[in-house]
Design a protein around this ligand. Structure first.
Ligand code: NAI
Length: 365
């Protein structure tokens, strides 16, 4: 029997509940496809609340070292406090491991109650830059020593006229934009996609988002495959077009913040973020995770939807070359939902718990 080593982070909030359900599905699918000849050996690594309890820190070095060694992992959502407290562990993982491409496929699953008339017209892949932009975490509070120094410098040396304010810095570089565009093009070719749309706010932020657009086009010129069209759209219009003409879009490439907003908006169009998966991929390491967060609003975490996490696992199996496993799980999820079995956020009737829903998916293999 061949052993497949995979690292996992359980996550905070609903994380442990959806992880348990998802693991049942992943393990059973590997068993089903390989007839017991392969088995996943899950190795838990720690981040968030569980890491704090166990090691006294939120993101232990060991977690980063193991991800660098194993090169593949899957994680549940991690909590980030608003306004004060520690900075996002998700952002820290992406930056420290240089997981520069956040890939989120948004495709309708038949049977889900979606809020728009034709959700089946949505079939897009979002490529979001994952390490730069206002997410770089370079910001200072109003009237702090640092923001006052910076404002003073800007006023004296760069001809601006700023009063006291909180300050955030938005770096967007040629190198990091171009490597993302190259990855996006490679994906388009390998997955037979026909169009890449650059989403930006370059009319207002000319040298950050405007150059994001320019650098993407520069890479597009290197594109040999003339069947792939590249165009661009201003971000605010993108939100409108996504609702009005979703069929016009195939792959979207975006800076960090636009991509974050857009992936939730696109997910809502097909039924919500409980079903849309994600991957954070660099040149060497890949960390898969659901689009959603810890869902503190869900009173009974056993009823949370594990689909986004299960499908993130499907992306992971595809990445590892286990196409049959990915195909089996995806089909079975579709069949299960079409039969009317799902969690309450997307179910037409009574919602199942994450565990019951996972069992139905396995029954449907
Ligand atoms: P959220 O994604 O946790 O929840 C937003 C809405 O979607 C809520 O109504 C929630 O009930 C629903 N929802 C989310 N996941 C669901 C699921 N699996 N099944 C059914 N419904 C689901 O976003 P929110 O409330 O803004 O953030 C909560 C916490 O999660 C924050 O600390 C935030 O920083 C963190 N977060 C972490 C992410 C990550 O780990 N990658 C991503 C987004 C947020």
């Amino acid at each position: 029997m061949e052993k497949i080593n995979i690292l996992y982070i359980e996550g905070d909030g609903i994380g442990p509940y959806i992880m348990q359900a998802a693991m049942k599905v992943w393990n059973s699918a590997i068993d089903y496809v390989f007839n017991g000849k392969k088995k996943i050996i899950w190795k838990e690594i720690y981040a968030g609340k569980k890491a704090l309890e166990k090691f006294g820190e939120l993101l232990p070095q060991e977690t980063l070292d193991l991800l660098k060694e194993y090169k593949i992992g899957i994680k549940g959502p991690l909590e980030t406090p608003v306004g004060s407290g520690y900075r996002s562990l998700n952002v820290a993982l992406r930056q420290k491991l240089d997981l520069y491409a956040c890939i989120r496929p948004v495709k309708y699953i038949k049977g889900i109650e979606a809020p728009v008339k034709n959700p089946e017209n949505v079939d897009i892949i979002i490529f979001r830059e994952n390490t730069e932009d206002v997410y770089a975490g370079i910001e200072w509070e109003e009237d702090s020593k640092e923001s006052n120094i910076l404002i003073d410098f800007l006023n004296k040396n760069l001809g601006v006229n700023l009063n006291k304010a909180s300050i955030g810095i938005k770096p967007i570089s040629e190198y990091k934009t171009k490597r993302l565009m190259r990855k996006t093009i490679k994906y388009a070719i390998e997955n037979n996609r026909k169009k890449i749309t650059i989403v930006h706010k370059g009319n207002i932020m000319k040298y950050t988002e405007g150059n994001f657009r320019k650098w993407c086009y520069e890479v597009a010129k290197e594109l040999k495959d003339k069947n792939i069209e590249v165009d661009d759209i201003i971000a605010d219009n993108m939100f409108q077009q996504l609702l009005l003409n979703p069929k016009n879009f195939d792959i979207l490439i975006t800076p960090n913040l636009n991509g974050d907003y857009l992936s939730d908006a696109a997910a809502a169009q097909i039924g919500g973020i409980g079903i849309v998966p994600g991957a954070n991929i660099g040149d060497e390491i890949a960390l898969f995770e659901p689009t959603h967060g810890t869902a503190p609003g869900i009173k009974n975490p056993e009823m949370a939807n594990p689909t986004s996490l299960i499908l993130s696992g499907v992306m992971m199996f595809e990445y590892m070359g286990f196409k049959e496993v990915a195909y089996l799980i995806r089909n079975s999820i579709e069949k299960t939902i079409l039969e009317g079995y799902a969690t309450i956020d997307i179910a037409k009737n009574k919602g199942l718990s994450a565990k019951e829903y996972a069992e139905k998916i396995i029954e449907n293999f």
